[in-house]
Write a protein that binds this ligand. Structure first.
Ligand code: G3P
Ligand code: CA
Length: 261
């Protein structure tokens, strides 16, 4: 059961290599042994789930375009590492410039029975995404009872509606509710207890995090995995404050802070 000192590689080891690419996921999974591969998913015009953070391709592909208006074939023409080399010249690699957008199936083919923390991004603009996501996980043998019980496949979202849809399709699917600054603080204990009936963990922004919030979430019964914990001094501080794990761009540093290496 992954419930203590959990290291979730945010967009892969995205502090070292371009996010949401094989380069970044190979580093986090094969080299740094993060517990989970974290990825954000969107749907193309022709209904393929692909792995990217933004609804637009512009930031990482350096050309305009909206994923839901593009076919998979169009998406597969893009390379998505040049921006990283330009922004981080000290980490630059020609290999990064060759990186292409993975589909969810590409990820499952490459990393097999790894642990996945999958975020439904902008689920309101992709009707049917939750069902397709679960069907795809299922096709790769990633929705077995053992995997769900041990939280080897997890779905996360800022959208409670999206989490409810997943719960309706597969009632015991492990779920995490992401929460922007202020969201958890503005919810009553009763509201949170209702959500805890089908959601095992919360993922608050570190901008919102303090000991009192961690204690309140634990008292309700949630595990707590904040995003995105990148600085070593923050890692140390929040580990001492009682977090159960975190999303990080630097899985190697978080493993060290948890004394796993
Ligand atoms: O999923 C945790 C964290 O990734 C949420 O923020 O914007 O990086 O997807 P974002
Ligand atoms: Ca995410």
């Amino acid at each position: 059961m992954l419930d203590k000192n959990v290291v979730i590689a945010h967009r892969g080891a995205s502090g070292y290599a371009p996010e949401h690419t094989f380069a970044s996921y190979d580093k986090s999974h094969f080299d740094m042994h993060a517990d989970y591969i974290e990825l954000d998913v969107h749907m193309t015009l022709d209904g393929e789930i692909i792995v990217m953070h933004d609804e637009s391709i512009e930031r990482t592909a350096l050309t305009p375009g909206i994923i839901k208006e593009m076919t998979l074939q169009e998406i597969k023409q893009l390379t998505i590492g040049k921006w990283f080399n330009e922004k981080y010249p000290e980490l630059k690699s020609s290999y990064y410039e060759e990186q292409v957008v993975p589909t969810l199936k590409d990820i499952f083919e490459r990393y097999g029975d790894a642990n996945y923390y999958i975020e439904t991004k902008s689920p309101d603009i992709y009707p049917g995404m939750e069902k397709l996501l679960i069907d795809t996980l299922n096709a790769f043998g990633l929705v077995s009872e053992a995997r769900l019980q041990n939280r080897h496949s997890v779905i996360q979202s800022f959208s409670v509606e999206s989490l409810i849809k997943v719960n309706q399709i597969k009632p015991n699917f492990p779920l995490l509710m992401l929460a922007k600054k202020g969201v958890l603080r503005n919810m009553s204990d009763d509201e949170l207890r209702k959500i805890h009936e089908f959601v095992y963990a919360v993922g608050p922004s570190i901008a919102d995090l303090d000991e009192a919030l961690i204690e309140r979430m634990h008292n309700i019964g949630f595990l707590l995995f904040p995003y995105t914990l990148n600085k070593e001094e923050d890692m140390e501080r929040f580990i001492n404050a009682g977090i159960d794990g975190a999303f990080t761009n630097y899985p190697d540093l978080l493993r060290k802070q948890f004394r796993l290496d």
